[in-house]
Design a protein around this ligand. Sequence first.
Ligand code: G3H
Length: 253
Amino acid sequence: QLMREISGVKVLEHQVKEKLQLDKVIVVPGNSDKERRVKQELGKACVSYLKDVIKDHMTIAVTGGSTMSLVAESMTPLNKKDCLFVPSRGGLGEQVENQANTICAQMAKRAQGEYRLLYVPDPISEKAYQSIIEEPAVKEISNEIQNADIVLHGIGDAITMANRRKTPKSQLEKIKEADGAGEAFGYYFDKSGNIVHKVRTVGLQMEDLQKINQVIAVAGGTSKADAIESYFKQGQSNVLITDEAAAEKLLKG
Ligand code: G3H
C-alpha cells in the first residue's frame, strides 16, 4: 500500500512539474483541506527541501499564513553559518500566528538562525508608503527582503484570503467581479493569471522574485487547486510543494 502511494505521488509530481513548467514539485499524500496532518507534512517537506538548497550566509524571506506557520513548526537547526530570516511583508490585519513577522521569528529560532522584523502596517496608504520607505530602518530591512536568496511562500484562495484579511468591501467586490482565484504576496490573480488587485505593501514585490533563485510555494488541499493554477500562470516561483488532492485537481483543470 505504502509503495503504491509513493509511486502514485511520484507520477503526480512529474505531471505537475510538466504542466506548470517548474524546476521541482513535491507532492505529499492526502488532502490538507481534510486533515491537519497533511498540512504538517507539507511543512516537513518544505523544511527538508530547504535543507537541500540552503548554504551559509543566505537570507530567507517568509510569508504569512497557516501553511507557513506549519513550516515554522517543523523547522529544525539548519547548521549553516549566518542564515537570516526576514518577513516578506509587515503587519497584516490577521491573527498574529498567521503573520509573516511571527512566523519569521519562530522559524529563525527553530533553525538557530538570525531574524529581523518589519514593523510597518500592511496594507498601507500610498502616502504613508512613500514616506515610510524613506525611513533608514525600513530601507535597510526592505533591502534584505528584496535581496533574499530563498523565498518560502503560501498561496491562498482569493476570496478566502480577502475575507480573512478584512479587505474593505469595495476591494472585495472588485476581486469577486474580476473572478479572483488566487492570492500570494498581497497580489490577487484571476484564472488566467492577470493581477486583478494588489495590496500596497512594504516588502516583497512580484518583480523582486525574478532575481531570486529559489522561490518555493507551499500550498495544498482541493480548495487551493484553482488558486495554485492562477498564481503559476505568471508566478515567478520555481518550486511547488503541494498535496495529492490539489495536484489531482490541478491536473484535471
Ligand atoms: O499568505 C497567505 C497564504 O497565501 C495562504 O494562507 O496557508 O493559511 O492558506 P494559508
